[in-house]
Every structure is written in C-alpha cells, then in structure tokens.
Ligand binder design. Structure first.
Ligand code: URA
Length: 240
C-alpha cells in the first residue's frame, strides 16, 4: 500500500503538486471510480489505477548514467558545493538516487546514480572485481617498467598493494602521455595514488566504463540519461 500521490509521481505523472491537480481534475480512476484525494492509500497490485485512461505503473528504481563534470561532488547533498544529484531534474530526484561510488571532485566521466542499494553495493564490492576503465593523462612519460609495475600491482600510500590492472597506451609523446587503466577495485584516490607510486602524476582523469557499460559519447560533462535495459542487464551481470 502507498499513497496515491507517491504512486503517481513514481509512475511519471509529474511532481506531487502536478499529481494533485490531475486528481482534482478527475483524471485519476481507481477501479473505475474517480479518485478524490491524493492522500488515500492504494495497492497498485490489486487496484486498477489509471490516469486519463493510462495505467499507472509504479517504478521503484531509477538508473542514471551521468558524465560527471569536474568541480562537482559525488554526493547527494552538500551545504556549500554543488553535487551530482543537484544536476538531476526533480523528475529523477524524486526517486532519491545517490552516486554508486565516488569520483573525485576533479574527475570526469561515467557515474551511475541509482536508488537501487543492492546493485550499487554489489558493483562496488571488492569481491566482485567489476572492472572500471579510466582515461588517465599523466604529467610525465611512463617507462615499460612503470607499465609492468602498474599492471602487476604497486604499493600505494597506506601500504596497500593494488590488484592486477591493465594498461593500454593511447598517446605517447614527449609532451603527452595518455593511458587507459583498468582496475577492479576502488580505493580512495586509487588511480592518482597508483600514478604517484611510479613517480608520476595524474593531470586529468576520466572514467570511461564500469563493467561492460561505457560512457555514452553523446553525453557532455554534466549531461545524463537513464540506462537502457541492455546496459542495466550488463551491469547486473557484471557483479557475478
Ligand atoms: N581514482 C582516483 O584517483 N580518482 C577518482 O576519481 C577515481 C579513481
């Protein structure tokens, strides 16, 4: 059982305020009778609820892919700084999504925002080894030994040895070194600390993918869209 306004808002019929108007207009029918009050409790599994004749289908979860821009916090709220949830519209915010994992404030790229705590937990669990690939622009060139070290694992600040990783060289010139680094864990500042462990430094960092799902190249920093069904299925598989 849930309040009628919650059901309708989570079925895509607008905010609770919008929904109130729709009910007032007599457009919402419950088992063939017009609903009179948004505060009543209904059971969408047992009652036939329609809006302008269209069935109200309750959605519990939302899954949003965002190209996180630099300068925005991976958090739900902050008293001073803009967060990734602030970038969403009220339509997504009403599902109370949170970022599944964190990107640093100055990191860009793939961020999943969802209210599906179970999926988020499994994607982030170190036991699941879900690969995450980053585009990493470094301040200095990498030697072949550095690449081997990064791939085998390096000891980062705090004494932790990173798990095997994959390095793909994208650009290698005296003034620009760009790699794709795939890791299966997500220690705090991991990529930056791995670069530091081989005497280098990250100049720019962008997450390109999580599991089998890549950042949509159409999304500019700050833009987002819901995952497709295929992408969601791929992410759910990635935790296995
Ligand atoms: N590693 C980092 O150092 N920063 C991020 O934002 C993500 C991975």
């Amino acid at each position: 059982m849930m309040r009628l306004d919650k059901l309708l808002a989570n079925s895509g019929f607008g905010s609770r305020k919008d929904v109130k108007k729709i009910v007032k207009a007599g457009a919402v029918m419950i088992d063939g009778e017009p609903a009179k009050d948004v505060k009543i409790h209904v059971d969408p599994d047992k009652q036939d609820i329609t809006v302008y004749g269209e069935p109200a289908e309750y959605r519990e979860f939302i899954y949003v892919m965002m190209n996180k821009p630099q300068g925005v916090l991976s958090a739900t709220e902050d008293s001073r700084q803009q967060t990734v949830v602030d970038l969403l519209t009220p339509e997504e915010q009403r599902f109370e999504p949170f970022p599944a994992g964190r990107l640093d404030k100055d990191t860009e790229g793939f961020l999943l925002l969802t209210n599906d705590g179970q999926l988020a937990h499994r994607l982030l669990s170190p036991k699941k080894h879900v690969p995450k690939t980053y585009e990493v622009r470094l301040t200095s060139p990498l030697s072949p030994e550095d690449i081997i070290d990064l791939e085998r694992g390096v000891v980062i600040e705090g004494g932790y040895k990173t798990k095997p990783a994959a390095v793909k060289t994208i650009t290698e010139s005296p003034d620009e070194t760009v790699i794709h680094l795939t890791i299966t864990e997500g220690k705090y500042h991991q990529v930056k600390l791995m670069a530091k462990a081989v005497g280098n430094e990250v100049a720019y960092l962008k997450r390109l993918s999580m599991g089998a799902v890549s950042l949509d190249p159409e999304l500019k920093p700050g833009e987002f869209r819901e995952l497709t069904e295929e992408e969601l299925a791929a992410l759910k598989d990635a935790e296995m």
